[in-house]
Design a protein around this ligand. Structure first.
Ligand SMILES: Nc1ncnc2c1ncn2[C@@H]1O[C@H](COP(=O)(O)OP(=O)(O)O)[C@@H](O)[C@H]1O
Ligand SMILES: [Mg+2]
Length: 466
């Protein structure tokens, strides 16, 4: 049989109940036995002492012994046990029951009593069952002159204890069984949502992304797990869709420069009579398409590397001023060609823990965009400063701006506001996706404000600890 959760629960509770009831029964029974016996002994000692006191005057005088027999019988009638009076040698001189007069008793209790000590003990005798023997000395002044011996039948008491024990046993067995059944039932009840989770996890494992457990989750930990599971499933589906779309988009985008190059090559044989100028033109066009292709492949590679080693940053205390300067230098040629100037603003240098190479890439992308989307004669500003314990970067340019409806989308892969113009600007819509990925890897956040025909400001902030 499979050891299911329900069964484990059942066995655990069964053991707990049985063990604790057994311990309880053991101690209770011990206590009952002791207190029943003590009570009986105390009562019998009292009666034995009464008989001892009343016997004392008659013990020396053999003539009076029949009267002792009367006293013993009288006491026995009152109490319901057998009373015997013995002389100082242990010889029976009065007996409330079948006559033992004239015989000597050698019980340990008798010997102790003759030495002056009260004594009592219970025994299991083959013919009588359970008996309690008890003896007290009879004193005359300081002298032990005899003893009173009591023999009590304690079989009814033992029987009563046995009955209590049996009842406790039944009670333990019954409650153990009940608890076992209840916990088996509870086990299946508790594991039902877990089974649903197992099924659902199996569905996801076999590719059914987005599979959800429809049954409303309970308000306990398993319910919590179910909720988290559903969220996870939804996210996996979303990720899967993004991935599929990305692959589709990437292949689609890769096709266009390749198709352009093929078309240019196809047109070449008809131009075998072309002039060196036309030939130059062809090579230039092909070079343009090849560069575009290279940019695309570079960006795709950058993105997949960022995803591949998620969280793998080389964080070092880095001079932010140096990075800004390097970015300015890198963007300078393109800016100059376009008649755009790049200025950096910051007050002094700052050292900050960051991955210098990746932040350089972020800034190059932002400044490159700012230059691309600025008309000639404008100025692009790159600045940084520390505010609220965060390192703030901003890249500002003036130009056509980004329409508000597009702002939420510009960080998506392959998203361009004006697809038609991307050929001349040379972008693939991957730059901001890379930017976002890197900033988020640093634990930072990213923001854009844009005014149509006015200023566009990209800002991002990096925390000091990542
Ligand atoms: N400074 C800017 N001014 C206006 N539009 C911008 C600016 N920066 C980015 N954009 C818009 O966001 C889009 C996405 O940018 P990006 O991911 O870098 O792609 P790409 O530069 O390859 O077009 C751009 O196509 C452009 O429409
Ligand atoms: Mg770009």
């Amino acid at each position: 049989m499979r050891l299911t959760l329900g069964l484990k629960l059942g066995i655990t509770y069964l053991l707990l109940i049985v063990l604790s009831l057994a311990a309880f029964a053991y101690f209770t029974m011990g206590f009952f036995e002791q207190s029943f016996l003590d009570e009986k002994k105390a009562a019998l000692f009292t009666h034995a002492n009464i008989l001892a006191n009343s016997s004392m005057p008659y013990l020396q005088d053999q003539e009076q012994w029949p009267y002792l027999n009367y006293l013993a019988r009288n006491q026995a009638e009152k109490v319901g046990s057998r009373f015997l009076v013995l002389d100082r040698t242990g010889l029976v001189i009065a007996d409330s029951a079948t006559d033992l007069r004239g015989r000597a008793l050698r019980h340990r209790e008798v010997l102790n009593a003759l030495k002056g000590e009260n004594a009592a003990a219970s025994y299991q005798e083959p013919e009588y069952g359970w008996v309690l023997y008890l003896a007290v000395p009879v004193y005359s002044g300081k002298q032990v002159t005899g003893a009173v011996f009591v023999s009590a039948d304690i079989n009814p008491m033992v029987a009563r204890l046995d009955e209590i024990r049996a009842r406790l046993l039944w009670f333990s067995a019954a409650s153990g069984a009940l608890v076992f059944v209840i916990s088996l039932f509870m086990g299946t009840f508790f594991t039902r949502p877990i089974k649903r989770l197992i099924v659902a996890a199996g569905r996801i494992a076999s590719g059914d992304y987005g599979y959800r457990i429809e049954k409303a989750p309970s308000h306990d930990e398993i319910g919590e797990l179910t909720r988290v599971f559903n969220d996870m499933s939804t996210k996996i589906l979303a990720e899967d869709n993004i991935r599929k779309r990305f692959v589709a988009d990437a292949s689609h985008e890769l096709k266009s420069p390749v198709a352009a190059i093929t078309a240019l090559l196809d047109s070449y044989p008809q131009k075998d009579m072309c002039s060196p100028g036309e030939y130059q033109e062809l090579l230039k066009d092909m070079r343009f398409e090849a560069d575009r292709l290279k940019n695309l492949v570079d960006d795709l590679l950058a993105l997949s590397r960022l995803e591949g080693n998620r969280g793998q940053l080389k964080i070092e205390e880095t001079s932010v001023g140096e990075i800004a300067e390097a970015v300015r230098k890198a963007a300078e040629p393109a800016a100059r060609a376009k008649g755009v100037t790049i200025g950096t603003t910051h007050s002094g240098d700052i050292y900050w823990p960051l991955d210098g190479e990746k932040i350089f890439r972020v800034l190059v992308n932002l400044v490159d965009n700012a230059v691309k989307y600025s008309p000639s004669g404008e100025k692009v500003t790159l600045g940084f400063r520390v505010k609220d314990e965060m390192l703030n970067f901003y890249v500002v340019n003036k130009g056509e701006g980004i329409p508000a409806v597009d702002i939420p989308n510009i960080f998506e892969r392959f998203y361009r506001v004006d697809k038609a113009r991307s050929r001349e600007t040379g972008g693939w819509g991957l730059g901001l996706a890379i930017v976002k990925e890197i900033v988020e890897l640093h634990g930072g956040d990213l923001n854009v404000e844009s005014e149509l025909g006015g200023e566009t400001v990209f800002t991002f902030r990096l925390p000091e600890t990542t």
